[in-house]
Design a protein around this ligand. Structure first.
Ligand code: SAM
Length: 220
């Protein structure tokens, strides 16, 4: 964990790109984000209330066909404004994944698309996820896998590229980029963190030559 990354920085980074976010994500994933998010949702078997954590512009909830409530939380109000324009039937609120404003056992499923590696304290999030999920509830993750060049890229960003990064993006944002890259975990580590917090990992699938993973876990 990089100590200089704060939630304020995370919120500022995403608020700053909220208007262009969908187009950017579509471009960097070569249009694959749509089918990956649909596949993430297809992994879920629970029908009831669904919470999309770090919902951003709300694309996962928009695609979600569950019959219960569709709720999205995010740190960035600007991202949520875009989401609300797309899905009037969904409920969106500014809230922190690591300390959620919900009663225990209210959701049947939680989804996180491209969020897990941005979290500053994953352990706190997993405790919260376990708390708000019903018994047997499902947690589905879509994220970037750690690949062989990740440590080298992190080193380059931390040292030789740092002055340039600071100049172009500012110290806080550059630290956030490093944090997000460094916290792209190996699937095995993700599994271990989930198991430590009482989740049973049920399915793992890889996409794009293993660069992206989809994972389904169940509250034990
Ligand atoms: C890369 S975007 C993903 C957005 C969306 N899920 C998607 O798939 O396009 C990451 C989102 O997670 C949000 N986020 C990061 N940390 C968070 C936290 N602790 N609590 C709530 N939202 C968070 C950011 O504000 C941002 O909107």
């Amino acid at each position: 964990m990089s100590p200089s990354v704060t939630k304020k920085t995370v919120q500022e980074v995403f608020s700053g790109i909220s208007g262009k976010y969908d187009a950017l994500l579509n471009a960097v994933t070569l249009g694959k984000i749509e089918p990956w998010q649909r596949e993430l949702l297809q992994m879920l078997s629970q029908e009831g209330n669904r919470l999309d954590v770090g919902t951003g512009t709300g694309e996962v909830l928009l695609k979600s066909q569950n019959r219960g409530l569709r709720v999205g939380i995010d740190l960035s109000l600007d991202m949520l404004k875009v989401a609300k324009n797309k899905c009037g039937a969904c409920k969106f609120l500014v809230a922190d994944a690591e300390s959620m404003p919900f009663r225990a056992e209210v959701f049947s499923s939680l989804t996180l698309s491209l969020v897990f590696r941005h979290l500053i304290d994953r352990k706190s999030f997993l405790k919260e996820a376990r708390r708000v999920l019903k018994e047997g509830g499902e947690l589905a993750l879509l994220d970037i896998n750690r690949f062989s060049l990740t440590p080298l890229l992190v080193f380059m960003m931390r040292f030789p590229l740092r002055p340039l990064g600071r100049l172009l993006f500012g110290e806080d944002r550059w630290s956030f980029f490093i944090h997000s890259l460094e916290n792209a975990l190996k699937i095995q580590q993700v599994k271990e963190e989930l198991q430590e917090e009482g989740f049973e990992v049920v399915v793992v699938q890889k996409r794009l030559f293993g660069l992206v993973y989809l994972l389904l876990a169940r509250k034990g």
